[in-house]
Design a protein around this ligand. Structure first.
Ligand SMILES: [Zn+2]
Length: 267
């Protein structure tokens, strides 16, 4: 699914105090008034978190439905009418991405979506525990009833402990030089990948593969580092497309590796 935002507002405009609440309202009202009638109706029909505050309805609609995007390095909220109707699921089968050159948002399937299965993406960052998700989803004013959230407590606990363990491994690998052996790093990498797969958090691999690569660079296992940078690159392309948000980050990682490889040659 591809859609185009009907309204894009700088985060600074909404959160900052450069304009009074009254002026913000005025400007946003002008923007909304200029939308085609059909679109305006759709915008007015979008969910709100605080419906009793009628005056600031458009700010409420933006906060409740807006997608966080970056334009020229600055945070913006974009209102994307079709995209707002895609529901939340803590184990999503889809995700959305912003394609700057097309000014478009794409909702992309993460895996095969079965007939009659609802397409859903996660409003909360992936990998959060039950309590963390509850806290993040609170502003949307609903209690998640997805399969993961309504699973028996024991199952939820298992999921939570896996998620905590994934994060713990990430932190341990941040100090890979402190680990006593290459085998230990290998073990942790393997364990993290297994847990990520069990929890169906594959999009997180973009970050984890890069992190594994950094850990291997740190302990001078450059072949393995190269392999994981390649994997991270592939994942970024798969999930983010050509214009993914971490092109610079990946270039830096390649540079880091190449420097380490040159140093190794000199020795
Ligand atoms: Zn849920």
């Amino acid at each position: 699914m591809v859609g185009f935002p009907v309204l894009i507002v700088r985060l600074e405009f909404i959160n900052g105090d450069r304009y009074s609440a009254k002026n913000k309202r005025k400007m946003l009202d002008v923007a909304v008034a200029q939308l085609p009638r059909e679109t305006r109706k759709k915008v007015e029909g979008l969910a709100r978190s605080n419906p009793s505050n009628k005056k600031d309805w458009i700010v409420d609609v933006l906060r409740t439905n807006g997608f966080g995007i970056e334009i020229a390095g600055e945070g913006h909220l974009a209102l994307f009418v079709e995209g707002s109707r895609v529901n939340h699921n803590c184990r999503p089968n889809a995700f959305w991405r912003w394609v700057p050159s097309k000014m478009a948002m794409e909702v992309v399937a993460l895996r095969g979506v079965g007939k009659g299965e609802e397409v859903a993406h996660s409003y909360a960052p992936l990998g959060y525990t039950h309590e963390q998700r509850k806290a993040v989803l609170e502003p949307w004013g609903f209690q998640c009833q997805c399969a993961l959230c309504s699973a028996p407590p024991r199952e939820r606990e298992i999921a939570d402990s896996r998620r905590e363990r994934i994060l713990e491994i990430y932190q341990t690998l941040s100090k890979a030089a402190d680990l006593e052996s290459v085998e230990r790093v290998d073990q942790l990498v393997k364990e993290a990948i297994l847990l990520i797969e069990r929890e169906e958090l594959q999009p997180q691999l973009v970050e984890y593969y890069a992190h594994f690569a950094r850990a291997y660079i740190e302990i001078n296992e450059l072949k393995k580092a190269r392999e994981y940078i390649h994997r991270a690159d592939d994942m970024w392309l798969l999930y983010g497309g050509e214009e993914h948000e971490n092109v610079e980050g990946m270039a830096e990682l390649w540079k880091l590796l190449e420097e380490a490889e040159m140093e190794a040659e000199d020795d």
